[in-house]
Design a protein around this ligand. Structure first.
Ligand code: GSF
Length: 201
């Protein structure tokens, strides 16, 4: 199995954290999806990473589909509850965390366009989504040890990856002061080997 990805992508990091937590061996192939000559579209017509390529050549994307698949391939450290309300809650935490990354990435890409083409409103709209989603995550976490239920799950993986992405690209947001409970969770998550080994550089 091989994972096509880039070290700066939070979605790739989420998949790599899951692979590490589930102790699955894989080949990691670095790719820059923004490069005009990128071969990513051969595996994912949307041209996005991460993309998981099976031993028979079949390709799977996007990160939510990949992590769902990975959680089924062995019984180690189950990250997604099998069914019911807790399953949908974990997936909703993932959607919230992925949404933080999506909005932050849109704001960042907009801010990288030439000054005369940038829209301050568009950037502000997406940074507002990030702030609202952080508030929702903080309220959802409350004083619990983990995001969902009483055990470490994909909800924590996705949330830790989103917080890590904000630290990497939007350090100025300073979310720790407003959300000390997220800071407490994040400190615990970023110490796990799966997070340490995938820190964006
Ligand atoms: C998002 C992947 C994505 O945006 C997922 O896998 O969960 N919903 C998808 N990947 C970005 C890299 S990054 O910013 O994380 C990507 O590959 N962008 C290239 C492009 O052409 O949009």
């Amino acid at each position: 199995m091989k994972l096509i990805g880039s070290n700066s992508s939070p979605f790739v990091r989420k998949v790599r954290v899951v692979l590490a937590e589930k102790r699955v061996d894989y080949d990691y192939v670095l790719a820059n999806p923004w490069d005009a000559a990128s071969n990513v579209p051969e595996y994912n017509p949307l041209g996005k990473v991460p993309c998981l390529v099976m031993d028979d050549g079949g390709a799977v994307f996007d990160s939510r589909v990949i992590v769902e698949y990975l959680d089924t391939i062995n019984p180690v450290n189950k990250l997604i509850p099998a069914s019911g309300r807790t399953r949908v809650e974990v997936r909703c935490w993932e959607a919230l965390a992925d949404g933080i990354c999506d909005a932050a990435i849109i704001a960042r890409l907009e801010s990288m366009r030439p000054d005369n083409l940038q829209s301050a409103d568009w950037i502000a709209r997406h940074l507002a989504k990030v702030r609202l989603a952080l508030g929702a995550a903080s309220r959802g976490l409350a004083e619990k040890a983990w995001c969902c239920g009483t055990a470490f799950s994909l909800a924590d993986v996705a949330t830790g990856v989103a917080l890590g992405y904000l630290d990497f690209r939007f350090a100025e947001i300073g979310w720790r002061d407003d959300y000390p409970n997220l800071a407490r969770l994040n400190e615990k998550l970023q110490k796990r080997a799966s997070f340490v080994d995938t820190l964006p550089a």
